[in-house]
Design a protein around this ligand. Structure first.
Ligand code: ADP
Length: 632
């Protein structure tokens, strides 16, 4: 994906993007910037102190100073070198800690917090996923985006302090005059100062322009497609969940070889003819030449400074030791200015890569947030009504739900059945207000659900979605969805969900970690076991509405039968909305809604529906052929 498709940002726009990026870091974690800033300031200033005192020491020795002066200067030199070294080490420790332990969690939290605070419909929108992929790929590629901003911030601070320190140490090069009786007295002429300044400006401009030209090869090179192919083909084998079963049984080795061949495509890949290889060639050719000449220009300027300072020392303006001080300081000054200019160029290039980040962070929460509370009714008398609800997914041109009208009260058992793609899960997503209806309204006790506080409304539901996730954390915490929890209640819920026997087998019981991501003695659980734990989580929440989307899909027939027989006990006095395409599991429900192509085409109880001609009967017949003919 090309980040520059919307036209290049102007200089001031790029600087505004940069300021915003720094503000984002500051808000996420000020330490990330302060640790880097302090380290760079110390690194930039540290060499100047020993440089100054070394010059003094050489001047004292060469200029015939007293032994006492010599010792004092030597002591100052050693102390300053030690202090600088100590400050650098301390700053480095802090920086290392921030880099290793703070930086990436802070970076991730910027996106994580945004995604969690966004309306679900926007998170689920493919455009959001595209932005996230783009941000990750830019970052993988060369840390472009927010991460690179941190490195560039370091460069800015380093350059700033380097320039200040160098200016302080080099002023006297121009102010101390050559002795009037020296043949080199012409060095006192103001034109010399002008000449050196002009040379410095020219060399700085040339060096930074050449370096920026070199860097532009990177900035103008779109390697995201190559990166995507690279991540897919090269890292798939290193993924911890990768076992290679399919690839072995389908003998897909050749597919991967072909894939690697495909990468050689000039537009998308990383083979010898690809765009990444073209960057490699540029590094050997014009790009490398830019960096080399840039370095040569800087070094040539340093040579001129040595010459100027050496001649002034010969003319008696200062001791011979000061030559190193001035040469070092002015080289530092030139380098500081070059880095500053280069960094400004880099900031401009990087601003282009901040676009997708800001586009994501700027997605507004457009869902209406009401303020009514859902009245925590002790009688738990809640009634939900879908009133002529229709829904289209963002960007889709077909209706996922069409004119759905339905009512259900707490305590009822509602089954939602239908073929795959008939709209069952969409119905649940609307019920939980993950999306708002495109047409029609959903009412809770007669009031549009949009008027309730969202968090308050969500508390009414416990849901097991088809794609539920358990975390690689202790079992008990997974059940309670919280770190602190009631152990007895968690164990009881696991028992009711059919996980009791397995729980007693686990040596660490509720403290057993799921999966082995963090603990060697973590347990790998089967799909069926995971479903039971998810069911226990629903029970633990004790919400008035329980929604189970294909709750037994991964269970073996025995476990499935166990859940059904226990269903009344599991659900108790709550409303259960139960989605399934296995009709045999719906017979115990008070009401069955049959979905077909996004519409409710039939409603009633099993015994009536199975006798009436229609979708339910057709589905029943189709399934009964295999395993339930006798039961009709
Ligand atoms: P079911 O749960 O009955 O299998 P769904 O509610 O998941 O059906 O899907 C209903 C329709 O909506 C299907 O045509 C499906 O392709 C479409 N659909 C589901 N999720 C999305 C989505 N996130 N974006 C676009 N279309 C979707």
């Amino acid at each position: 994906m090309n980040n520059q498709k919307e036209g290049r940002l102007s200089f001031w726009e790029a600087m505004a993007y940069t300021r915003r990026g720094l503000a984002i870091w500051w808000k996420a974690c000020p330490q990330v910037l302060t640790a880097r800033g302090v380290k760079q300031a110390v690194d930039a200033l540290a060499p100047y102190l020993p440089l100054y005192f070394t010059a003094r020491l050489v001047n004292t020795i060469a200029g015939g100073g007293t032994a006492e002066e010599g010792w004092r200067t030597l002591a100052a030199l050693l102390l300053s070198a030690a202090a600088a070294g100590f400050a650098q080490a301390a700053a480095n420790c802090w920086f290392g800690f921030v880099l290793e332990g703070v930086h990436y969690p802070a970076w991730t939290s910027i996106f994580f917090e945004k995604l969690l605070s966004m309306d679900f419909c926007d998170v689920d929108d493919p455009r959001t996923q595209t932005l996230l992929t783009q941000i990750k790929q830019n970052d993988n590629w060369s840390a472009w985006g927010l991460n690179r901003l941190c490195y560039l911030f370091e460069n800015l601070v380093n350059a700033g302090f380097r320039i200040l320190g160098a200016a302080a140490l080099s002023v006297s090069l121009f102010t101390l005059p050559v002795r009037p009786d020296s043949p080199l007295v012409w060095l006192n002429h103001p034109l010399c100062l002008v000449g050196i300044t002009v040379l410095m400006v020219l060399s700085v401009i040339a060096a930074s322009a050449l370096a920026n030209k070199g860097n532009n090869y990177w900035a103008n090179f779109d390697g995201t497609a190559g990166n995507r192919a690279y991540s897919f083909f090269y890292f798939i084998g290193m993924n911890e969940r990768f076992r290679g079963t399919d690839i072995r049984t389908y003998e897909q080795d050749s597919y991967f070889e072909t894939g690697a061949e495909a990468e050689k495509d000039i537009e998308t890949g990383i083979g010898p003819n690809s765009s990444i290889a073209s960057i490699g060639r540029a590094a050997q050719g014009p790009m490398g030449a830019c960096f080399a000449v840039s370095q040569a220009v800087s070094q040539a300027f340093t040579g001129v400074i040595y010459l100027f300072a050496g001649l002034k020392a010969l003319g008696g303006a200062f001791g011979v030791g000061s030559i190193t001080q001035y040469a070092g300081a002015l080289a530092g000054l030139a380098q500081g200015i070059t880095t500053l200019l280069e960094t400004v160029g880099d900031l401009r290039a990087n601003a282009e890569f901040l676009r997708p980040t800001y586009e994501l962070l700027d997605i507004p929460n457009s869902m209406y947030q009401g303020s009514l509370t859902t009245e925590k009714r002790s009688d738990r008398k809640y009634e939900i009504e879908f009133r002529d609800v229709s829904f289209q997914y963002p960007g889709a041109d077909t209706w996922a739900l069409r004119h759905v009208s339905m009512k259900f009260k707490v305590g009822e058992r509602l089954a939602v059945v239908g073929e795959n793609g008939s709209g069952k899960t969409t119905f649940i997503k609307l019920l939980c207000r993950l999306y708002d209806p495109t047409e029609g309204e959903i009412l809770l006790n007669g009031i549009d659900i949009r008027k309730y506080r969202y968090d308050n409304y969500l508390d009414l539901f416990s849901v097991v979605f088809q794609d539920f996730r358990l975390l690689a954390q202790p079992l008990g915490q997974n059940v309670a969805a919280s770190i602190a929890y009631d152990r007895e209640k968690a164990a009881e819920c696991l028992k009711r969900a059919g996980f009791g026997d397995r729980l007693t087998e686990l040596p660490k019981g509720l403290d057993t970690c799921l999966y082995r991501d963090f603990e060697d003695d973590g347990v790998e659980i089967s799909g069926g076991e995971a479903q039971k734990i998810a069911l226990a989580r629903v029970l633990y929440q004790n919400a008035p509405f329980i929604v189970l989307d294909e709750p037994t899909a991964a269970l073996d027939p025995e476990a499935e039968a166990e859940v059904y027989t226990k269903f009344n006990d599991i659900v108790a006095d709550k409303t259960a909305i139960y989605i399934s395409h296995r009709l045999s599991s719906c017979r115990f429900c008070d009401e069955i809604a049959v979905f077909d192509h996004g519409q409710v085409v039939q409603q009633g109880v099993h015994d009536t529906l199975v006798e009436a001609e229609g979708k339910y009967q057709a589905l029943w017949e189709a399934q009964a052929q295999y395993y339930q003919k006798k039961e009709r």
